[in-house]
Design a protein around this ligand. Structure first.
Ligand code: PRT
Ligand code: ZN
Length: 283
């Protein structure tokens, strides 16, 4: 049995639970419990505050966990980063009041900076030879400059709208973050095998999420041109149609390339193009 730590509420909870569900892991959801066992996979979920997840995994109380890379870096516990998960994307940035003129990193010498990430900021400053006063505060970092508590802040930024609405501007992007799967360094072989199974499923979900399934009717004479446009996984599936001279083509394309491919397919005579979501791709 493997134990995975997941954020109990907050920004990463929903995406973490969705990833597990799409990987075929069903849990009887009882929000009052802090441990839940999967009904169809040898895993149990431990619901925790994100701040506690790196330590819980490094101590082996949980075997693996889903948490922001920012928390992993800040806490500095010895855990393995197994996989970036592609959600919870954000950055850790320095921001100053928008009226201030920014003169480069030297600006921060002798300044007071409010943050919940003193360790990441401290090593960034010492690497760059900046001496500043770091004030650690737990929440609402963005109001510190207005309330006179600090001259600048170092905080998580996503859209940037929190900074703007607090009269601040982002001046240094220090670290990019996203949710990551972390693991204890001393998993036994049985647990490692379950992690490998889980990763196989995560990757199938991930590949599916980035791709679309395409169906279309195509004049048979366009088949050679089509094969240049749609390389697909092996080759596209081609099926005859009742109408003479036409066939149906099925293929999978990357989201990023979808519209470009559709334009090219229309040019070679494709009709009735259907675009469907792909749930999983098992290789
Ligand atoms: O209760 P618990 O301790 O578990 O949760 P928490 O309040 O510490 O964390 P939570 O749920 O807010 O965030 C969990 C994780 O989500 C973070 O550690 C990041 O890895 C990731 N994440 C992604 C974010 C954001 N985006 C984000 N925008 N975490 C916080 N924010 C906040 C930020 O602090 C700021 O106040 O949103 C505001 C900025 O957003 P924008 O869009 O206005 O720039
Ligand atoms: Zn937290």
């Amino acid at each position: 049995m493997l134990r995975i730590a997941v954020q109990n509420k907050g920004r990463l909870n929903e995406d973490s639970m969705t990833l597990l569900r799409e990987s075929g892991i069903s849990v009887k959801s009882d929000k009052r419990k802090f441990i839940a066992e999967a009904t169809n996979f040898p895993i149990e979920l431990l619901f925790l505050r994100d701040d506690d997840i790196p330590q819980t995994v490094s101590m082996g109380v949980a075997d693996i966990g889903i948490v922001g890379l920012n928390e992993v870096s800040e806490k500095g516990f010895d855990v393995e980063i197994i996989k970036k998960l592609g959600f919870g994307g954000c950055r850790l940035s320095l921001a100053i009041p928008k009226a201030e003129e920014y003169t480069g990193l030297q600006f921060f010498n002798g300044k007071r900076i409010a943050t919940s990430y003193p360790s990441i900021l401290g090593s960034f400053f010492s690497k760059n030879g900046i001496e500043a006063e770091i004030h650690t505060i737990a929440g609402s970092v963005e109001i510190a400059p207005t309330s006179g508590l600090s001259d600048a802040i170092f905080d998580i930024v996503s859209s940037g709208s929190t900074l703007i609405s607090n009269g601040l501007k982002e001046v240094e992007r220090v670290m990019d973050s996203e949710a990551v799967l972390i693991g204890n360094n001393d998993l036994d072989s049985e647990k490692k095998a379950i992690v490998a199974k889980l990763l196989f499923r995560f990757e199938a979900v991930e590949r599916g999420a980035r791709r679309k399934y395409l169906l279309m009717n195509l004049p048979k004479s366009s088949l050679p041109a089509m094969e240049k446009i749609l390389p697909a996984m092996r080759s596209p599936t081609v099926m005859p149609l009742a109408i003479e001279g036409w066939c149906a083509v099925h293929s999978v394309v990357l989201d990023d390339e979808l519209w470009e491919k559709i334009d090219q397919l229309k040019e070679i005579g494709a009709e009735g193009i259907l675009v469907l979501p792909v749930e999983k791709i098992i290789l």
